[in-house]
Design a protein around this ligand. Structure first.
Ligand code: ARG
Length: 408
């Protein structure tokens, strides 16, 4: 192939260290005759990134940049997701969907500072991630070129990629790697492919990385307390800590108790259904706790309205439309609902379950004197009769009208 394809002289590639992105470095050099800068985002994927950086350089990158994005990820993506109780299709807390726009944002930043002509990513043409990367680039740098080697080359299957790697002496995994495609960050893990592609097959134990099977979890429950300030997790068991730290602690604890395994056949943006398995112990615990605190601190109308917009907000994030006016408007609305979502939630972790057992808040709207069935009841029972007669008036009017119409 010609080495002057579109006159690209420098590309910044989102690099993970895996087979695909390693092969892509070489492919870019061969097909575009360009310089490749590898960008490695630290999203809390729990890997040592230095060897990955070295591998990029050995594979042909002229520069390899590691950037710790964990704090920014938590602050600007995970916290808004917790405040909104974001779940796609009611189940998936969207660790991957939330991570992509941030990685793409930095790809663009690095491309600008490195004076590169394009960015590149290793996503396939079938998934959601390509959309998230590219929509982010459109929003933040509409003039930036995006190269998608997997889409425009023959490198679509693992065998072809392996062959390519052998040809160019790129180190390939020696052991027979687990047949899964995995994306991991501090908010959760997404696992797909291999036997998981049959939605009837139970995910085998080796698909899971951080959660124990129920049979290996402790016998007795563990009680924990999570403290929130304006919707943000700020305390664990009475100790003040960063939300990042809380997420790390809850990932370990929740994993030990088998919490946060999610098995979902989901609707991808590109029109297909796919079976994916997730591990999201921290997200599961934090969302459970957060909803519980909202139950006592949000008024009914706000709470119900908020619940109504969550599926739409989640869809938007899943579809890669993070940098859009509607997402910003959703986030602003959610922020304004969180002013009084301050307080503590007690939970028990046991055998894969996270059970709320108590909640309190200085701003609680729960009034024992109004709710009680015991002495001290302040609720005005006599007012109920008038309330019901007006509230039910349309129902009565309709029933009476039908009756007279029928007898005519
Ligand atoms: N289905 C998830 C999403 O679209 C995860 C995608 C990446 N998954 C993976 N196993 N590599 O957000």
């Amino acid at each position: 192939m010609s080495k002057t394809k579109n006159k690209i002289s420098k590309v910044v590639l989102a690099y993970s260290g895996g087979l695909d992105t390693s092969v892509i470095i070489r492919w870019l050099i061969e097909n575009y005759g360009c310089e490749v800068v590898a960008f490695i985002a630290d999203m809390g994927q729990g890997e040592n990134l230095n060897p990955i950086r070295q591998k990029a350089l050995k594979t042909g990158a002229t520069k390899a940049i590691v950037k710790d994005l964990r704090q920014e990820f938590v602050q600007d993506f995970v916290i808004p997701a917790i405040k909104a109780n974001l779940l796609y299709e009611g189940k998936y807390p969207m660790a991957t969907s939330l991570g992509r726009p941030l990685i793409a944002k930095w790809l663009v930043e690095v491309a600008k500072s490195e004076k590169a002509d394009a960015i590149a990513h290793g996503c396939t043409g079938k998934g959601n991630d390509q959309v998230r990367f590219e929509l982010t680039a459109f929003a933040l740098a509409p003039e930036m070129k995006v190269i998608v080697p997997i889409r425009e080359s023959e490198l679509k299957t693992r065998d072809v990629a392996m062959e390519y790697a052998r040809k160019y002496k790129i180190p390939v995994p020696v052991t027979k790697k687990k047949p899964y495609s995995i994306d991991r960050n501090l908010y959760g893990i997404s696992i797909e492919c291999g036997v998981l592609e049959d939605p009837w097959v139970e995910p085998p134990e080796d698909a899971f990385l951080i959660t124990r099977p129920i049979s290996k979890t402790p016998k007795n429950p563990l009680e924990i307390t999570i403290g929130f300030k304006e919707g943000v997790p700020v305390r664990l068991n009475g100790k003040r800590m960063s939300t990042l730290r809380i997420i790390q602690e809850l990932t370990a604890l929740g994993g030990k108790y088998g919490i946060g395994r999610i098995d979902l056949v989901e609707n991808r943006l590109v029109g297909i259904k796919s079976r994916e398995v997730y591990e999201a112990p921290a997200a599961t615990i934090l969302l459970t706790a957060h909803k519980e605190l909202e139950a006592i601190t949000l008024d009914r109308e706000t709470m119900h309205f908020k619940e109504m917009i969550v599926p739409r907000y989640a869809e938007l994030v899943y579809y890669g439309q993070w940098y859009t006016p509607l997402r910003e408007a959703f986030a602003a609305f959610v922020d304004s609902t969180q002013k009084f979502v301050t307080g503590d939630v007690r939970l028990k972790l046991h055998k894969g379950q996270c059970i709320p057992v108590g909640r309190r808040s200085p701003y609680s709207l729960y009034q024992k004197s109004l709710a009680t069935y015991e002495v001290g009841d302040m609720f005005d029972h006599s007012a109920a009769a008038g309330f019901i007669s007006l509230f039910g008036l349309p129902i009565k009017v309709q029933a009476m009208a039908r009756k007279t119409q029928k007898s005519k």
